[in-house]
Design a protein around this ligand. Structure first.
Ligand code: PEP
Ligand code: MN
Length: 300
């Protein structure tokens, strides 16, 4: 039995494409929560475990980092790949990572379940094509000043390789406002729903730039129909080597997961079995029950 949402215009349409990142289906009944530290650090496996226990359904595992300053930490590089393998096997969750250049893709193959094209790389057409040829699902983040059409065309570079496993990710755009790191364009979800069958993810962390605003932006994104959230989470945010100000704790992530599960049937149609799983997962997250295995959380 399919349970209809209260607001039928939000959420995916029957034609929305389903993209599988491991067991996490983006564009289906459930809203996937992809989370983890901004960058892979030496204690990444612990970070991944904490993120998984908070209810994430996929992990950020960025070993190559695009940094504005060349003097900032640039990521662990290939040294971080064994940590991705360990996190994957320990948590059972799929991992996503960002290639900065074409050669990074071969290094990441076999260690990750999806590639993420970062905002700074959205216009890098050789990278988009190489990501498509990898055969891995590709998350195309919106460039910080890209229009919807430019963003959709970037996604088409991936699709023209024959790879249809593409997800769009809104991460905030540059505006005159300086309080936030970027301005989250929630409209993008509503507008693009009518223009493409690609599932749509939202990264509230790089939009906000401040951990305290991430929960509200996450809820706004899901209420507008986002198919997935991409959130920076670190057990000790102040000591995060990268983007410390916007990293939320696993406890806050757990609250977001609970709210997302509660909100899901309001904005998207779900099958009865999925709804029960949403409720169970919400109940589990409410107690921050660290003994629950990640696979117990809604996986529909
Ligand atoms: C990231 O997600 O690690 C990142 C660098 O974000 P963006 O490309 O959106 O700035
Ligand atoms: Mn970051």
């Amino acid at each position: 039995m399919v349970i209809e949402p209260l607001i039928s215009s939000a959420g995916p349409s029957p034609s929305t494409r389903r993209v599988s990142i491991g067991d996490a289906i983006v564009g289906g009944d459930a809203v996937q929560v992809i989370a983890g530290p901004c960058a892979v650090e030496s204690r990444y496996v612990d970070h991944a475990m904490a993120t998984a226990h908070a209810g994430a359904t996929a992990l950020r595992g960025c070993v190559f980092k695009p940094r504005t300053s060349p003097d900032s930490f640039q990521g662990m590089g290939a040294d971080g790949l064994p940590l991705l393998d360990a996190a994957r096997s320990t948590t059972g969750l799929p991992v996503i990572a960002e290639p900065l250049e074409v050669d990074d893709i071969a290094l990441l193959q076999g260690h990750v379940d999806a590639l993420m094209i970062g905002a700074r790389s959205m216009h890098n057409t050789p990278l988009l094509r190489a990501a498509g040829r990898s055969g891995l699902p590709v998350i195309v983040k919106r460039g910080m000043s890209a229009t919807y059409d430019e963003w959709l065309q970037a996604a088409r570079y991936v699709e023209q390789t024959g790879n249809t496993q593409v997800i769009l990710c809104e991460r905030g755009i540059r505006t005159f406002e300086t309080a936030t790191r970027n301005t989250l364009d929630v409209s993008a979800i509503a507008v693009l729903r009518g223009r493409t069958d690609l599932p749509i993810a939202v990264d509230p962390s790089h939009a906000a730039g401040n951990a305290s605003w991430v929960p509200a932006l996450s809820i706004a994104a899901v209420a507008a129909g986002a198919d997935a959230l991409l959130i920076e989470c670190h057990p000790d945010p102040h000591h995060s080597v990268c983007d410390a100000a916007q990293a939320i704790t696993p406890a806050v992530l757990s609250e977001i997961v609970r709210a997302v599960r509660t909100l899901t049937p309001v904005v998207r149609s779900v099958r009865a079995g999925s709804l029960a799983q949403c409720r169970d997962a919400a109940a589990g997250a409410r107690g921050h029950d660290a003994t629950r295995l990640p696979r117990d959380h809604a996986r529909s």
